[in-house]
Design a protein around this ligand. Sequence first.
Ligand code: HEC
Length: 172
Amino acid sequence: MRKVIMLGIATLLGAADLSSVIESPDATAILLKDALPAPKMYTMPEGCITDNSAAIARGKYIFHNLNGKETKEPAPEGLVKILPNGKEKQYGNCVACHNIEGAKGYGNIGPDLTNYKPLYMDNGVRNAQFVYQKIADPRVDNAQTHMTVNLANGLFTEREVCDLASYVASKK
Ligand code: HEC
């Protein structure tokens, strides 16, 4: 009896032409809008990485943003939370993938950036230009990277990339 009912339903469904009621929107425009530009090599601007405490504070804020309590703090001087168009500026989320000093709830898709200065900067394993380029567009030295692109797609400004690089490379 059950089998007969199932067969009946299958026949009904098979017979109905549902093509007119199934939505199939064309997503090409959205995909094109979100497509990344080609990998871009950058030269770090003059005075980019600095030990200026305001720049480091901005970099720190951006790095830890969207991370628990840290996000609720007011944005440090020189950073906006609300864009001129009224929308909230989306900062960073570096902690989604990287551990660093004081990180809460960090992810481990990217390398641990704790002690970055003594481990990588002071001995020349990494330099300022490398850190700047990695944050601006990580695809240049690693085509298969899982890191987000930040400058080439306009997610951040040049100054914000410098603030982030200053924070990562700073003594903590
Ligand atoms: C989706 C995960 C992800 C996010 C988000 C992310 N990264 Fe990364 N990051 C990676 C991965 C994976 C690597 C290692 C592969 C590579 O070199 O591209 C990396 C590498 C790096 C390096 C180079 C480390 C070294 O010396 O080799 C730095 C510096 C860095 N990220 C900074 C940042 C900053 C700052 C942000 C926030 C703007 C950020 N990352 C956001 C995944 C991420």
